[in-house]
Design a protein around this ligand. Structure first.
Ligand code: SAM
Length: 272
C-alpha cells in the first residue's frame, strides 16, 4: 500500500494551512502531466498563497504488487485493459484520512454529465474535491458505483485518459476561488457566468491599420460603457448562441434591448 505523499518535487504545501483553503486531490497514473499544469501561472500562485492546497496522488503508489499493476484484462474478454478497483479504494481511504472526511469525489468519464461554467461555480463553493482519472478501456465499475459521487465528462468525445479533463476542471474551478484572480466581480461579466457571452474587448492602439475602436469605449463615460457592454453581450449571445438566452437571467431592460437588436437586424436585412 502506498503512503500518501505528494508526487511533486516543488515545495508547495499538500496539507491545509489555517483559513480553510480549497483542497484539490487528484488521482492519476500520470502525475507528471498534471504537476506541470499546477506549477505555472495563477494556479501556482494560488498554491503559494495557500488559497489552494493540492494533493497529487500516483495510483501506482496504492498497488500491492512488485510491478505496481493498476490494470488487468476485462472479465468476459474483449479489447483493452480495465483499471483495477483496489488501488482506487486504497487511495480514496488515504485521502479521506488526510482530509478528515471523504471529499466530494468526481470520476472523469465520457459517460458523465457535461462540465459547464455553472457546475464549476457550484464545485468552487465546496471545501474541496477529489478527482479520479481513468485510462485504458476504463475503470472497474465498482469504483464508479461505490466511490464516485459524480461523473463528469468534458464533452461527447473520447480522450485517452482523464488527466486533460481533470486539468480543465481544475482551471475552471480555481479561477473562481476567492482571491485567485484580482477582481472577483470580473467573473460576473464573463461568458457563461450569467448565461450570456461576454462583450468584445479592445486595447491600445485606438487605431491600427485603419481599424478603430468603438467611440463609447474612449469616452470615459462609465455609465454609457456599461450599457454598451450589456448590449454587446446580448447581441453576441443572440448571434452565436441564441439557445443560451432561454436560461439566462434577463431584466426588462435586457428584453427591450433585444427587441431593438432584432429590429436593427430586420432593417439591415431589408436594406441588403
Ligand atoms: N471505454 C470508455 C467508454 O467508452 O466510455 C472510454 C475510456 S477512455 C479511453 C479512458 C479514460 O479517459 C476514461 O476512463 C476517462 O477517465 C477519460 N476520458 C475519456 N474521455 C473523456 C471525456 N470526454 N471526459 C472526461 N474524461 C474522459
Amino acid at each position: 500500500m502506498g503512503i500518501l505523499k505528494p508526487t511533486t518535487n516543488n515545495q508547495q504545501p499538500t496539507t491545509a494551512p489555517a483559513g480553510r483553503p480549497y483542497t484539490l486531490d487528484i488521482v492519476t497514473i500520470f502525475p507528471g502531466i498534471i504537476e506541470s499544469h499546477l506549477s505555472e501561472s495563477l494556479i501556482k500562485r494560488a498554491r503559494e498563497r495557500g488559497l489552494l492546497v493540492v494533493g497529487l496522488h500516483d495510483l501506482r503508489d496504492y498497488t500491492e504488487d512488485r510491478h505496481r499493476t493498476v490494470d488487468d484484462a476485462p472479465y468476459g474478454g474483449g479489447a483493452g485493459m480495465v483499471m483495477k478497483a483496489p488501488p482506487f479504494f486504497a487511495v480514496v481511504d488515504a485521502v479521506t484520512a488526510l482530509r478528515g472526511s471523504k471529499p466530494h469525489t468526481i470520476m472523469v468519464t465520457p459517460q458523465g454529465q457535461t462540465f459547464s461554467q455553472k457546475r464549476a461555480q457550484e464545485l468552487a463553493g465546496m471545501d474541496g474535491l477529489l478527482i479520479l482519472c481513468g485510462h485504458y478501456e476504463g475503470v472497474d465499475e465498482r469504483v464508479r458505483t461505490t466511490l464516485a459521487d459524480e461523473e463528469v465528462s468534458l464533452g461527447d468525445y473520447v480522450l485517452m485518459g482523464g488527466e486533460v479533463a481533470a486539468m480543465v476542471m481544475i482551471e475552471a474551478i480555481s479561477r473562481l476561488l476567492p482571491g485567485v484572480l484580482g477582481a472577483t466581480e470580473a467573473h460576473k461579466e464573463e461568458s457563461h457566468y450569467a448565461g450570456l457571452l461576454e462583450y468584445p474587448h479592445y486595447t491600445r492602439p485606438a487605431e491600427y491599420r485603419g481599424l478603430g475602436v468603438p467611440e463609447v469605449l474612449l469616452s470615459g463615460n462609465h455609465g454609457l460603457i456599461e450599457l454598451w457592454r450589456r448590449r454587446e453581450m446580448l447581441r453576441r449571445t443572440m448571434q452565436r448562441r441564441p439557445e443560451l438566452l432561454l436560461k439566462a437571467d434577463l431584466t426588462d431592460d435586457d428584453k427591450a434591448v433585444m427587441c431593438e437588436l432584432m429590429k436593427e437586424k430586420k432593417a439591415k436585412a431589408n436594406n441588403e
